[in-house]
Design a protein around this ligand. Structure first.
Ligand SMILES: NC(=O)c1ccc[n+]([C@@H]2O[C@H](COP(=O)([O-])OP(=O)(O)OC[C@H]3O[C@@H](n4cnc5c(N)ncnc54)[C@H](OP(=O)(O)O)[C@@H]3O)[C@@H](O)[C@H]2O)c1
Length: 299
């Protein structure tokens, strides 16, 4: 397969989009174009080509994507359907590889895939698979990384940073795969450089497998002056509450947390990746010392 040179990135100003944008830029392998909404106030370096788009206009998107070899979508969670016209336009423009805004739990696991928060991502798989079946020149990769390690630590998702009561999901001993934003950026670069091996499939990566109790032990050793009081939280009960909130029309981040926790920490939901693509992509596993450094900086 001919190497990818021209890459368009959508959502480059976001929490994950920014580090992916930086990784693509810093790699020096690609000519980058940023797609951004007409209404966006995001700022990008002057050296990068910016195209403002209406994500509902296939003709506008096709024009924007003409000449692009690959599209990396890092659009926000609530805009998954926005990617359907983007995929249509990518096919029309002759784009060869599309990375949709996946970057989540292992939703190849049927239990995780059944959680409503992932439905829009799963529905997109059907669209993208069909397009790839119909157009052999059009291919895709779905990057799955588990919870963002540094981002989730900073938001207190794994551990209450201030001390006091801290939630341990299903006891806190369930191993899960987790990945930093920078590593996901590296994975995107390497997927685009390993086209054949990553064609039309999920690509799983992780920095490490850990548990909440392991993180808590590190936190206690780093900051002995902070007192944590663990509180066991059932992810089954969290899911029930999340289902109720969704049924009542409330689908915001707070309502979704129960589903996220279920997919990461619950038994049988695939939170601990069994087979990863780290070796293929040249992504080393993180050491205990690295994890300690991350937790220390978050605290
Ligand atoms: N695994 C995890 O722990 C985890 C955590 C969070 C997110 N994620 C996933 O990571 C991906 C990116 O999420 P994120 O939190 O980084 O996104 P984000 O920061 O909320 O938004 C990314 C970009 O999407 C564009 N955007 C925002 N609203 C839009 C709309 N209504 N229509 C079209 N574009 C819109 C904006 O770009 P412009 O302003 O340039 O147009 C924005 O900068 C998603 O797939 C999400 O589900 C995973």
């Amino acid at each position: 397969m001919e190497a990818i040179r021209n890459v368009a990135i959508a959502g480059a100003s976001g929490a994950l989009g920014s580090p992916i944008f930086q990784a693509l830029l810093n790699s020096g392998h690609f000519n980058l174009t940023v797609l951004t909404r007409h209404s966006s106030e995001a700022q990008f370096p002057y050296s990068v080509k910016i195209i403002r788009v209406d994500y509902s206009s296939i003709s506008e998107l096709t024009q924007a994507l003409t000449g692009q070899d690959a599209v990396v979508s890092v659009l926000t969670t609530s805009a998954m359907e926005t990617q359907i016209p983007l995929i249509e336009a990518a096919v029309d423009a002759g784009v060869r590889r599309f990375l949709p805004s996946e970057f989540c739990a292992n939703i190849g696991n049927p239990k995780a895939a059944s959680l409503p928060v992932y439905h829009s991502k799963v529905q997109l798989h059907d669209v993208i698979r069909q397009k790839a079946d119909e157009n052999p020149n059009f291919t895709y990769s779905l990057i799955r990384n588990g919870p963002f390690l540094d981002w989730s630590l900073a938001f207190g998702f794994f551990l209450n940073l201030k001390g006091g009561e801290t939630s341990l999901y299903d006891g806190g001993d369930r191993p899960f795969s987790t990945t930093t934003l920078a590593t996901i950026g590296q994975a995107v670069v390497e997927v685009l450089r390993n086209l054949h091996e990553t064609k039309n499939r999920a690509v799983l990566i992780q920095d490490l497998i850990t548990t909440q109790n392991e993180m808590l032990a590190v936190a206690r050793s780093v900051k002995p002056e902070i007192i944590w009081t663990p509180k066991n939280v059932s992810t089954a009960e969290m899911e029930t509450m999340a289902q109720q909130k969704y049924a009542s029309g409330s689908m915001d981040l707070v309502a979704s947390v129960g589903f996220f926790c279920r997919s990461v920490f619950a038994e049988g939901y695939g939170g601990e990746f069994k087979k990863v693509d780290n070796d293929l992509l040249g992504i080393p596993l993180m050491s205990k010392a690295d994890l300690e450094a991350l937790i220390k900086s978050a605290l």
